[in-house]
Structures are given as structure tokens and as C-alpha cells.
Design a binder for this molecule. Sequence first.
Ligand SMILES: [Fe+2]
Length: 419
Amino acid sequence: MSYILVNKNESHSKAISLQLKTKFSIDIILYTTLEQARGMLEILPDIKGVLLLASVSASDMEYFLKKTESLDFKLIVPREQPSGEKCTLWETNEDLIDFIAEQEKTEQSTEGDFCKFPVSHLNILKSAPVDYYLMIGDNRKFLKVINKSDSDFQEALSKVHARKIKYLYVHNEDVPMMLKSVEKIFHDTSVKKKEVDFIKVQEEVYGLMQSVGLSESALNLAQESIEGITDRLSSSKDTKKLLNSLYVNSTSKSYQLTYMTAVVSVNLLSQFSWSTKEMRVALINAAFFNDIKLEGDDVFHRNLESIKNIKGTKNIEILEHASKTAEFLEKTSLSQLQQTCKIVREHHGERSGVGFSYNLSGISKLSDIFIVSEEFCIDMIHAKGGKINIGNILKSISQRYSGKFVNEYCQALLNIFKG
Ligand SMILES: [Fe+2]
């Protein structure tokens, strides 16, 4: 059983979550928007309640109040929120923590002499007043990785993060000191103003969509991300800068591919006088949904021979993912976006959406734009760490693919990114 906490302010949410996890071993699922929380509330089983850290509109309140009709569902809202008698009101952070602790009646959480902290939450701390340890293997050996005297805690933490370490441990005796630093965050007024990082939020939403699979709830979750990327594209004058921030700041390859394809394809489209707003929307939507049925590195498969060698039913799933996803979208609220469904179906060069083709002569012009853009992004992602030669990437695409417009689109991309 878990609670969902909704708050725009990431630092505040993480501080509450750290306190609950550390003091009472209670897990809290954090969301930054009401849309995400509502979407996940419909999907996740065993949610015990929702904590709202800021007031919400009357219609959102009505939605959450309906949930309290079911037994045991708790709704905790700020004191100033107009609400009903089924809600619990909170005024201070301590009220919130005490209320949840009282509900759960749990003991303090420890791993023997150590207490465990998620690395993703520790980034809210500016300094490290205590030593941090890593647990090696399952034999409970602890290795110090961050020293309390480290002058740059954030840098030390980013090194830990880069090694994909998910948890760090603190000596039980140091936990009160650690919690004091967390509490300071509640009183830091600059924290209240800090908005969450765009890329991290989008990455999380995309990960959630992948984990819940294709469903109406996933589509609802996606809409917000799509609006986010659309706003970003319309307000950004510097495409290369936007692309670079996606490239450098994201750690998820499938997320990178989604957003980079949206950015590149919209820019490529804008080079042609026949482009329309509907086409632009279709490309962004297609970048989101085209590979939603695939997991991890499966999105990079292109070679029919190597796909056939994949064991089990996975090879069929990969071969048919374009047609199956298009069929699903055609039955949903996105069905009016016919161009989106068409691009999704044709995004591997086959009109039927089954298989992979390097001959693009049988598909629409917009699907061609999408394919050239996606291939361009894949080659850039794979070149990460090495030197990227845009000219060579585009030359290789025009050699791999045949079709009336391939060369023209590669040339247009070269003009955008070389210029
Ligand atoms: Fe695909």
C-alpha cells in the first residue's frame, strides 16, 4: 500500500518523502502534476491515499473526493483548500508526516546499523553533513563513497549517480543530523520557487507510459508531455541548443529517441512550404506513440535477419509493433488524428505496418520525414561518446534508404544542422 503525493515543487516532495521513508519506512509515490496523479490512480492497485501539497480546482477536488467514497481511501489537503468532511487538513509539514505515520503505525526503518536513502532524492541537499556508504553485494559490506568533509556534495553525488547507483546508506547515528538537513529545506523559501526540471519530468512520464503499456490512461498521461514539447518547440529559437540539452541531460535512450525525433522532424517539416500545423502535431504525436509497445533497446532493431533470431514471441512483437500500435490508436480518442495513425503504421517503411523496409516509395511524404528524422536521431544517440559527424550520418541514411524524397530530406537536415 502506498500514498501518492502531488506537488509541482520537487524539492518539497522529496523532503517529505525522505522523512517518511527514513523515520517510518513508508514509501510515497511522487508526481508533479494532477494529470499524472489522476492517470496513475486509475492504474495502480493498492493506493491508500493522496496527499495534495497545494490547493486544487473545484473539479479536481470533486474527482479526489469521489475516491474517498471507497473505504479507507485518505485524502489529505492543505488547510486553505475548500473541501469536505472526509478530508484531512494539514497546515505544517509535521502535520503531514505525523498523520501518515499515525495511519501506518510503523517502526523506524533500518538496514542493521545503516539507513537507506534513494540517490534520486538526495540531490535536494546542498551539502553532506554525514558520511554516505554503498552496500556491496548481499553480504552487507559497506564502503564509504561520500565523505562528510567533501566540499562539493552535488559533484560527489553526480559521480555516484553516473555509476547508476540507486541507494546510499547512512549510519543510524547520523540519521538525526541528516534529517535536520532535510527539514531545513522546508524553511528554505528559494526551494518553494524552484520548478522541477523539464527533462527529468518528461523522462519520468515517458517511463511511466512505457511501463503501463498502451491504454487510454497512458494516452492521457502522454497528452501533457506532448503539450510540453510543443510549447518548448514553439518558444525555442535555437533548435540545436534544445536538441543538445535533450542529448546531454537525458539518461534514457528511448526517451531521448522520442523527444529528439519530435524536435528534428518538426524542424525538417518547417523547411517545406506545404507544411501545415496538423502535420506538425502528427509528427510530435507519432514520435511519442510509435514505439510505445517496445521495451528498452528493442526500439533500435532494423535488421530483419537479426530480428528473426530473437527467441520466443518477441520477434513477432517487434515485426508487428507498428501495425498493432496504429490499430490501437485508431480505436481511441486519437483516431481523429488520422495522419498520426498513418505515420505510426508506416514508420518502418511498410505500408501495412508489418516488417521493416528500406524502400520508402510506397508510403506518405510525412512518414518519409519521420523515418529520416528518426534514423538521424538513432545514429546520433549511438554516436554518443564518440565524435558525431552529421554529414556522414546523413550520407549513410541516403545510402541505406531509397525513395523519391530521401535525398531531399537528408539535404534539408544537413542545411539545418550544418548551418
Ligand atoms: Fe518502431
